[in-house]
Every structure is written in C-alpha cells, then in structure tokens.
Design a protein around this ligand. Structure first.
Ligand code: AMP
Length: 220
C-alpha cells in the first residue's frame, strides 16, 4: 500500500496517517516533520527553512524533494507507506514519479484527496497541539490528550505550532489553493485519485478511508 495524502492543512492527513501506521503497519512519512528535523539541526539551511515555515510559504522544491527521496531510499522496494504533505507542487510530483522509475521502486498506488472547508481548517489548526518531543498530534476537542498539555505517548509538552497562528493560516490556505490543488488534476490524470471527506470525525474518517482502500483492493 503506497499512498499520498493530499489536502489543505487541518484536513486530517497527519492524524489518519498516524492511525494507519498503528493499525495497519504502514510507515508514515511527513515532509513537514522532515523539515522540522532540519530546523532542529540548525545552520543556515535550518534557519532558512524555519523562516519559510513560519511564513506559511513552501520550502523550495529541490530541498524538500531531496530530503523526502533520501528518506524513501531507506525503505524496501515494496514497503507500504503514506506520504503526508509531499508532494505539494507538480514539480515535486514529477520528481517523485521519476525517482520511482530510476530506483526500480513500486510506484504510488493511490492518492487520497481530503476536502475540508476553510472554516473547519481554521478551527482544526487553531485547536491543534503538537508534542515538542515526538511530534504526536492532538486537538483540544477532536483528539485531546489524557492530561492537559502532556503527550500521552512520551510525556513531552504539547505546544501550538508557530505556523498554526491565525495570521499564517490564511496564507497556508492560499498556498494550498494556488500551488498544491493543481496536483489533484495531476493524479486524476493518472487515474489514481480518490476522495475522503475531511469534515468527518476521526473514526468516521478512518472508516471512509479503509472503505476506499478495500474498494481498490489495497486493504483487507
Ligand atoms: P505540514 O507539517 O505538512 O503542515 O508542513 C509544514 C510546513 O512545512 C508547510 O507549511 C511548508 O512551509 C513546509 N512544507 C512541508 N512539506 C512541504 C513540501 N512538500 N514542499 C514545500 N514545503 C513543505
């Protein structure tokens, strides 16, 4: 099962990818997490990436593509994974397809498009909390931690992401509309696009996703 999760921030991509990893042993590769690792490593590249993320803009294609492809090389040629947040531009998607051919890797089976209204996106991002240590995602109402402000998994402190501030959210939505949404046509053209509503509760969303995967014979 090789999937791409495509959708605006707050549509549930990361949450569902984490559940799929837990319940179906599918690796979760988040380009946002890879970039935040680069920020933590520091140096001029890390600082530049931090500034870009803070603005809600996209990190340049060559940099993010290199990080993702390097990580994909550590996977077996047919390992299952979900790509969450990558690709975000048509150039990244083309580079990904090319890399699969060059490396003799099994290509992507399916892209799942998550659709969510701007209002839902704003509520989801405003209520999102992320563990400082292990990056587990929570939401104050949709997915609260057992103890307020503390990660269930590792006991780390839960924080609001700097790019989940209201002034950045609208910019991220615009970036999605102009630069990432054209990818829907890219994967539609390959016959690999299916949709799951981003408006559902987490378990309903998971059920809808598994329903789509079963229809495509990608899950038992
Ligand atoms: P995410 O964790 O997926 O919401 O990503 C957080 C931020 O990292 C985005 O707003 C971008 O600034 C950057 N980012 C993540 N993935 C990509 C990508 N595929 N291309 C460019 N920038 C990215």
């Amino acid at each position: 099962m090789r999937l791409i999760f495509l959708g605006p921030p707050g549509a549930g991509k990361g949450t569902l990818a984490a559940i799929l990893m837990e319940r179906k042993q599918v690796a979760h590769l988040s380009s946002g997490n890879l970039l935040r690792e680069a920020v933590r490593r520091g140096g001029p590249v890390g600082q530049e990436v931090a500034r870009t993320i803070q603005k809600g803009a996209l990190v340049p294609d060559p940099l993010v593509t290199r990080l993702v492809l390097e990580r994909l090389k550590t996977f077996g040629k047919a390992d299952s994974f979900v790509l969450d947040g990558f690709p975000r531009t048509v150039d990244q998607a083309s580079a990904l397809d090319e890399a699969f051919v060059q490396e003799g890797q099994t290509p992507i089976d399916l892209t799942i498009g998550f659709e969510v209204s701007p209002q839902t996106m704003v509520t989801r991002l405003a209520g999102r909390r992320v563990c400082e240590k292990c990056e587990a995602n929570y939401h104050v109402e949709r997915l609260p931690s057992k103890r307020e402000g503390i990660c269930d998994r590792c006991g780390g402190a839960l924080k609001t992401r700097p790019d989940d501030k209201p002034e950045t959210i609208l910019n991220r939505l615009n970036v999605y509309r102009t630069q990432t949404a054209p990818l829907l046509d890219f994967y539609r053209g390959q016959g690999k696009l299916r949709f799951v509503s981003g408006e559902l509760g987490i378990e309903e969303q998971y059920k809808a996703l598994v329903g789509v995967l079963r229809q495509e014979c990608l899950a038992g």
